[in-house]
Ligand binder design. Structure first.
Ligand code: FES
Length: 110
């Protein structure tokens, strides 16, 4: 496990994207909600494209669902299942993360 960020980074936001490969693209995103963290690869099951057009923009306007900006697929935050749009029932690829103290750790093998 490797430190990705701190819970303090989520003071004003609910979701952040991260470049874990060093290529300048946000390849994963992490959502912090109700004391839990959820993380997914930034790849839409519809086409494989990144979900976001702008950095850290991964949620629908009400913050209740993940939104792919390309063709408006919507995914549940807790399990990444698509519940609306062009790929219903398909899922985002989860990334294993955990909270230790105030750090969010990522499983670099996932
Ligand atoms: S690429 Fe995500 S909805 Fe089409």
């Amino acid at each position: 496990m490797k430190k990705l960020c701190s819970l303090d980074d989520f003071k004003d936001v609910q979701v952040l994207g991260f470049d874990t490969t060093g290529d300048g693209e946000q390849d994963i995103f992490v959502i912090y909600r109700d004391g839990q963290v959820f993380a997914y690869r930034n790849s839409c099951p519809h086409t494989g494209a990144p979900l976001n057009w702008m950095p850290d923009q991964f949620l629908a306007s009400d913050g209740a669902l993940i939104q792919c900006q390309n063709h408006d697929a919507y995914f549940q935050i807790e399990d990444g299942v698509c519940v609306g749009g062009p790929c219903p029932g398909e899922t985002l690829q989860p990334v294993n993360v955990s909270i230790v103290g105030r750090d969010i750790l990522i499983d670099v093998t996932s």
